[in-house]
Design a binder for this molecule. Structure first.
Ligand SMILES: C[S@@+](CC[C@H](N)C(=O)[O-])C[C@H]1O[C@@H](n2cnc3c(N)ncnc32)[C@H](O)[C@@H]1O
Ligand code: SF4
Length: 440
């Protein structure tokens, strides 16, 4: 599809209620984490009950790091800029306390994810102390250990620390290699920093992913393709391609997104990746063929993947065991609840008093699980007999309202059907986030 066809597709979908809003409140695939309307104040009784009902094996741990060296103009997260050493030390001490209070609850670990913000912003000794925290708990065979990092903060010594501690995936925020744009975005690093960091990680034989964003103001499709070609030539093993999202927190909130243009750009980026031997393992993830098996176990940040409970193929799909540490807004998923942590100031006080730093909670409903079922189907990239899978996972027949939605997507050629199996079409994958929204 060319750019014009992409724009007319978007117009057509818009009239069917399938759309990407100009200003986003939430990202569909993190559902229901970002549906804050129905969150309730934190209840310690509910929390303790949930904790007592869940298996403590194969837990997934998330450590939130709210610090960054600069505030990027596009960023949708709540971060503290240029925190000094004392602030960093105080924060790590609190996380350590929170972790020590709850570590008896965790028997073994399936995955560890240090996200942010920018964990690599921390001073070396704190970085090492912080990353070592979960290593006191037994880990399952093939466990994943991810750390988010940003060029300019990821020094040789930090790479050495990660290697020594067994980090097996770095998620590197490149975004773009265009120096003028990087400056306008207030990224605090340039393309030379990015390339040096990539070369250094490659030299050390550490596995890594790079995040790219496309659709920035004044960034042409050709600009994005140029960045991607360069990074492929450097030998980047995995890419995550984000379209520029706008919400009310971002410095770019007045920028008018052109969705048709974003869709066209994504189709061109995908073409290059597929032609260069990358496999689309999830709608926005592309992995070099040789690394696909290896990358399957890494998944995404547990906080942005609340679908974990339905992936476990358990009849009872209430068993979330994501433990999040830190603040603000770190979200645990225990049993059938999501639990969000308090703002940083309260967090420190509560943790010092040995209290759970809970701010609000969300009970996952049966409707939420239905929505999650469809998001997981879209993210899985696989074809499925939806009626059959729904029956086996949800224990009842597929409701009529979903049959109607599926038929609408078939009519629009976003879904296709073969021998009762349904999958997304090429066109469907280009607008997969809008299809996810259609099931919200
Ligand atoms: C929590 S950030 C961590 C990475 C690190 N702090 C950095 O910026 O390099 C994770 C990723 O979210 C993505 N992101 C942040 N704001 C975004 C936006 N407005 N639209 C799309 N992606 C965004 C970026 O690609 C970023 O690398
Ligand atoms: S994009 Fe990354 S580095 Fe920039 S402000 Fe957001 S979290 Fe920090």
């Amino acid at each position: 599809m060319d750019e014009k066809e992409c724009s007319s597709l978007i117009n057509k979908l818009y009239h069917s209620g399938i759309a990407r809003p100009a200003i986003e409140r939430e990202v569909a695939n993190t559902f229901p984490m970002h549906c804050f309307d129905n969150w309730r104040p934190f209840s310690i009784d509910d929390y303790n009950r949930a904790l007592s009902q869940v298996s403590m094996k194969k837990s997934r741990l998330y450590f939130h790091t709210p610090f960054c060296e600069s505030r990027c103009r596009f960023c949708i997260y709540d971060v503290t800029v240029r925190a000094n050493i004392k602030t960093q030390e105080d924060y790590i001490k609190s996380v350590k306390n929170q972790f020590n209070h709850s570590q008896n609850n965790i028997q073994s670990i399936n995955s560890i994810y240090f996200g942010g913000g920018t964990p690599s912003y921390l001073e070396d000794n704190l970085f090492e102390e912080y990353l070592s925290l979960p290593l006191s708990i037994p880990r399952e065979e093939g466990y994943s250990f991810n750390v988010e990092a940003k060029p300019g903060t990821l020094t040789d010594s930090k790479i050495e620390i990660m290697k020594r501690l067994g980090v097996n995936r770095i998620s590197l925020g490149i975004q773009t290699l265009d120096d003028k744009l990087l400056k306008k975005l207030n990224r605090g690093h340039n393309s030379k920093d990015s390339i040096e960091t990539i070369n250094r990680i490659l030299q050390d034989d550490l596995y890594f992913n790079t995040d790219l964003i496309y659709g920035f103001p004044n960034q042409s499709v050709e600009d994005s393709l140029k960045d991607l070609r360069k990074l492929i030539d450097f030998g980047v093993p995995e890419f995550t391609l984000y379209y520029l999202r706008i919400n009310l927190k971002t410095g770019l909130r007045h920028f008018n997104i052109h969705v048709g243009n974003q869709i066209f750009c994504f189709s061109q980026l995908k073409k290059i990746l597929v032609n260069s031997g990358y496999v689309q393992t999830r709608p926005i993830h592309f992995v070099k063929k040789d690394f696909v098996e290896n990358s399957n176990r890494y998944g995404s940040a547990p906080t942005s993947d609340q679908g974990q409970y339905s992936q476990e193929k358990e009849k009872n799909i209430l068993g979330g065991r994501v433990f999040a540490f830190g603040a603000p807004g770190a979200v645990s998923h225990i049993r059938d609840y999501l639990w969000e942590s308090t703002p940083v100031k309260e967090y420190k006080n509560l943790v010092n008093l040995k209290k759970v730093p809970g701010y609000r909670q969300y009970k996952i409903s049966e409707d939420d699980k239905d929505t999650r079922f469809f998001i997981d189907f879209i993210q899985s990239m696989k074809s499925q007999n939806i009626e059959k899978t729904y029956r086996s996972k949800r224990g009842r027949n597929l409701p009529e309202k979903f049959k109607r939605k599926i038929n609408r997507l078939l009519d629009l050629s976003l879904f296709k059907k073969r021998d009762e199996e349904i999958s997304l079409t090429e066109k469907g994958f280009l607008v997969h986030d809008m299809i996810e929204r259609f099931f919200l």
